[in-house]
Design a protein. Structure first.
Length: 247
């Protein structure tokens, strides 16, 4: 893994445009090389603005949607029409506004099955799209992540047993104080990605950003464990989120 790259935008709007440009360039390069682009999406308020930017009149026709495959890095165990659903957020902000084939959209199934079955089904979906052999991990072209004030990322929470899972792509998880169960990519699934973008805005994230990026002591932050074996990590911050960085 190369050293993380840190990109600081003037404000949230600048952050959204920068990330959209980066995704556009990366997807175009990958499509030329391999005829498709695979991206695992994040939930949350910061990514939502990026999806809206991708779907804006200025950008939406620049993307080769017929070659782009959308996955979800994590999902809340709620119906897709629920306001808390990451799928619904992405659908409202992006999917409903662009011409992407339905066969390129790969959401986590959250109805008519239990969380463990859902995780197994999603492992099969990923395995089929990536044509994986047994015990192989996919190499997503890009995984988008956020970070919580407790240092969690995706639905991998501090101290949770899910952090120790090494032999699965997708698992169900729950955490005390979190009302709904979650389905999430595992650490090794994320760490096989070719590229990871952390997307962070707001002064409420400034302290944890500084801890993760500049405190080298061992700390119980799942975000510190995102270290792709062969890939790279880019952090995209607005000035508020970067305000406690020393360097």
């Amino acid at each position: 893994m190369t050293k993380p790259q840190i990109n600081i935008a003037v404000n949230y709007e600048d952050l959204c445009e920068r990330v959209t440009e980066e995704i556009l360039v990366l997807s175009s390069q990958k499509i030329v090389k391999q005829d498709k682009f695979t991206i695992a999406l994040a939930g949350g308020s910061t990514p939502k603005g990026i999806y809206e930017c991708m779907a804006s009149p200025y950008y939406r026709d620049e993307f080769k949607w017929e070659k782009i495959h959308l996955f979800w890095g994590d999902e809340r165990w709620v119906p897709h029409q629920d306001q808390r659903s990451n799928f619904r957020m992405v659908s409202d902000a992006l999917i409903s506004k662009v011409k992407i084939p339905s066969g390129n959209i790969h959401p986590v199934r959250t109805e008519a099955c239990d969380p463990e079955s859902s995780a197994r089904l999603y492992e099969k979906v990923i395995g089929d799209v990536f044509k994986l052999k047994k015990e192989e991990f996919p190499v997503f072209d890009l995984i988008l992540l956020g970070i919580g004030q407790d240092g969690h990322t995706s639905s991998l929470f501090p101290g949770n047993p899910s952090l120790a899972v090494k032999d699965r792509l997708v698992i169900p998880t729950s955490q005390e104080g979190i009302p709904e169960k979650r389905i999430t990519l595992t650490l090794p699934a994320i760490n096989h990605a070719a590229m990871v973008f952390f997307l962070i805005s707001g002064s409420d994230k400034a302290e944890v950003v500084a801890e993760v990026l500049e405190n080298n002591k061992k700390m119980n932050y799942p975000a510190k464990q995102i270290k792709p074996d062969q890939g790279s990590v880019n952090w995209f911050l607005d000035q508020a989120a970067a305000s406690k960085l020393r360097n």
